[in-house]
Design a protein around this ligand. Structure first.
Ligand code: AMP
Length: 189
């Protein structure tokens, strides 16, 4: 089952996914991490992507779809994959539906927090693309391009909301319950 993690930069999707993956043997695929590995290895893809990432812009859809599609297509039915940072555009969401094994998308978890909390967390993280100016731009890109996916998945009946304005250890049980609930639905289907 594929679980899509939706929400603004800094909302804590990655932290929650890492924790849940570790304790439950689930897979965690972060497109941001994959891109940062490409950048560090100075591959051609990494060098291309870096310009977009440093500005807080999205890396083009073709690159991202190519990166994720092959990994998704071969997902064993019994595995749980937490998809972190993808899809970020409607084009990516549609490509994911085509690439994913039929019926495998089980849940979209939508993490919410106020802008103050998001900005505070991003500034505290100290990543290269976490400067005040780039953060503002990333949030604007998120609102305009990625947030419409909330309605897309709500329409499909996949959406569960997680209030992420709370400490990590309070959020985690809600994440686990939502994933386990969706898993038992797919087993009944
Ligand atoms: P993240 O670690 O998810 O915050 O991603 C860091 C940066 O990688 C983003 O600001 C984008 O520039 C790029 N990125 C990651 N995932 C995607 C995606 N699905 N589509 C486009 N760009 C992405």
């Amino acid at each position: 089952m594929i679980v899509i993690l939706l929400g603004a930069p800094g909302v804590g999707k990655g932290t929650q996914a890492q924790l849940a993956a570790k304790t439950h043997g689930w897979k965690h695929l972060s497109t941001g991490d994959l891109l940062r590995e490409e950048v560090a290895a100075e591959t051609e893809l990494g060098l291309q992507a870096q310009t977009y990432m440093n500005r807080g812009d999205l890396v083009p859809d073709e690159v991202m779809v190519g990166m994720v599609a092959a990994r998704i297509a071969t997902l064993p039915a019994e595995d749980v994959l937490l998809l972190d940072g993808f899809p970020r555009t409607l084009v990516q969401a549609q490509a994911l539906e085509e690439a994913a094994p039929s019926g495998s998308i089980g849940l979209a978890l939508y993490f919410t927090a106020s802008d103050d909390v998001l900005i505070g967390r991003l500034l505290g993280r100290g990543r290269k693309d976490d400067t005040q100016e780039v953060i503002q731009h990333r949030l604007a890109v998120y609102r305009e391009t990625t947030e419409p996916l909330v309605a897309f998945y709500r329409d499909r009946g996949f959406l569960a909301e997680i209030e992420a304005d709370r400490p990590v250890e309070e959020i985690q049980p809600d994440v686990l319950a939502a994933v386990q609930g969706a898993l038992s639905q797919t087993k009944l289907a």
